[in-house]
Design a protein around this ligand. Structure first.
Ligand SMILES: Cc1cc2nc3c(=O)[nH]c(=O)nc-3n(C[C@H](O)[C@H](O)[C@H](O)COP(=O)(O)OP(=O)(O)OC[C@H]3O[C@@H](n4cnc5c(N)ncnc54)[C@H](O)[C@@H]3O)c2cc1C
Length: 471
């Protein structure tokens, strides 16, 4: 860079105003550290408040060869939303690009700025009786959700971001604004360019606006915790409920015993229905409907479906059934990750395999860890309804067992098992980032990487956006 840092700061302030540019170390701290992985050093954090400002900023950065990483809610779990350690990158925070949330009840769409948070979106939709169906235990931004193709707990019923995205506005590395905002449900006219920006970690452009499909908001939900004796029994229950309940089955989340116990240890206000003796697996089943209980009695439907299963030999592995309020049961599920972090050091892996292989994969992974690393606790939970499992490995902090060394041993072992033996994915829903870049390089077909290189050459020839390499 031929200009000094002070000159860059002055240039940014001239473009965006003083309040949009943060340069002091104490101001930068929160932009430099990711939720789980990712810790770097930023030259500055810049916070444009409109598409035009993002365009001016990127054009300026590109004229100086400055690298930029987009950041939304900073809840990503692969270390891709933070700068590297060079101290030369700009963090482009979308936090002030969050004013527009327009609901169209006839089109059944919502148009939102890239920095709008999921909670903000939901607050705007609730008054129209509508729902953006991506649901998770964090509060990410629209742009971040597009860049990581967020899944969440209701993917089983509604799909991921990719399946709910209708329109997109993106600013390219040189400041060009690409308008793909037509909110059409049908448009078969060649390449679907929106998809270039979904799940690609922001390396092809910065999402400044999106149009999302929304759905009628359910007026009733019923939930139950179902105890099961094995992973195979979990899969049996899933198949049964899908057959018997069809589209009212909204979520099917499994939690292994080792992952459940810490929830009640660290969240004493949550009631443990198992009285400290959890079954091998606990499944949170949710049914929901836009019909009211007078027209469709979901609690009866669930009770009947579970009773049928209990009539099978050995109760089909069902050990307990506890119906409960959705808000209370979801609290248990949403506190798993946080409670495990309070148990010690954690290495977390976000894996998917074909659903039919979930039980076998988890058993193979558990055995592999127990054999090589007997001091590590194997805690698994996740979205079994979509073939997803979060494998969290937990151990007591110990200088002789540094996390980095264990990660170097265990990450390749588990990913190889998932990808090579079980035909799965090393990143089911968290996307690609420095945390798993080496495995992207290892497992992605060379032709796909070559196509990404060609796209990058056209969209961002100097490679200024993001910290991830897709090609
Ligand atoms: C407690 C917890 C639970 C979670 N549960 C789930 C879950 O169930 N399912 C799931 O899929 N994920 C889950 N996540 C992961 C995370 O919430 C998602 O990856 C989320 O979509 C990231 O959005 P964000 O706005 O926080 O993005 P950030 O973390 O800010 O960024 C993530 C990536 O997107 C890029 N990016 C951000 N904004 C833009 C933009 N405007 N344009 C272009 N690129 C951009 C960043 O550069 C980075 O590569 C969870 C996270 C936490 C902390």
């Amino acid at each position: 860079m031929s200009v000094t840092h002070e000159e860059v700061f002055a240039g940014l302030r001239a473009l965006l105003g003083d309040g949009a540019v943060l340069v002091e170390p104490h101001e930068l701290e929160r932009y430099e550290k990711g939720w789980r992985y990712g810790r770097g050093k930023a030259l500055a954090a810049v916070r444009p408040s409109g598409t035009e400002e993002v365009s001016r900023l990127l054009s300026y950065a590109s004229s100086l060869g400055l690298r930029v990483v987009a950041q939304g809610g900073n809840t990503g779990l692969v270390g891709a939303s933070t700068p590297d350690e060079s101290g030369e990158m700009l963090v482009l925070s979308l936090e002030r690009l969050s004013r527009t949330v327009e609901v169209d009840p006839v089109d059944r769409t919502v148009t939102a700025d890239g920095g709008v948070l999921l909670s903000q979106l939901d607050a705007a939709l609730v008054e129209h009786g509508l729902l953006f169906p991506i649901d998770l235990g964090a509060d990410p931004s629209i742009g971040g959700m597009v860049a990581t193709n967020t899944g969440g707990t209701r993917l089983l019923r509604y799909g991921d971001v990719r399946q709910n995205l209708l329109g997109l506005e993106v600013v390219l590395a040189d400041g060009t604004v690409l308008d793909l905002m037509r909110p059409l449900r049908k448009n078969n006219t060649g390449l679907d360019a929106r998809q270039l920006f979904v799940g690609t970690s922001g390396v092809f452009g910065v999402v400044t606006k999106a149009v999302m499909r929304v759905v009628p908001r359910p007026v009733q939900r019923v939930t139950a915790l179902v105890g099961l004796s094995s992973g195979a029994a979990v899969l049996g229950l899933l198949a049964h409920l899908e057959t018997r309940l069809g589209e009212v089955l909204t979520a099917f989340e499994a939690i292994g015993a080792e992952a459940l116990v810490p929830v009640f240890r660290h969240q004493p206000r949550l009631r443990d229905p198992f009285g400290g003796r959890p079954p091998a697996y606990t499944v949170l089943v949710e049914l929901s409907s836009t019909l009211d209980p007078g027209r469709l009695a979901l609690d009866d439907l669930l009770e009947t479906a579970l009773a049928e299963r209990l009539e099978a030999a050995d109760g089909a592995g069902i050990t307990d059934v506890f119906p409960g309020k959705p808000s209370e049961l979801w609290e248990i599920r949403h506190h798993v990750s946080e409670s495990l972090r309070q148990e010690g050091e954690v290495l977390a892996f976000d894996i998917s395999v074909p659903r039919s292989s979930l039980a076998a994969f988890v058993e193979a992974a558990r055995e592999s860890v127990a054999t090589g690393w007997p001091f590590v606790r194997f805690c698994d939970y996740g979205h079994w309804g979509d073939g997803g499992v979060h494998v969290n490995l937990v151990w007591t902090p110990d200088e002789s067992r540094p996390a980095a060394a264990l990660k170097a041993e265990l990450q390749p072992r588990l990913y190889d098992l998932a990808v090579t033996r079980f035909h799965g994915s090393y990143s089911a829903e968290h996307g690609v980032g420095p945390h798993n870049q080496a495995f992207y390089d290892l497992y992605t077909p060379e032709l796909v990487r070559e196509v990404c290189r060609l796209l990058r050459q056209r969209l961002d020839p100097a490679g200024l956006l993001g910290t991830v390499r897709l090609g």
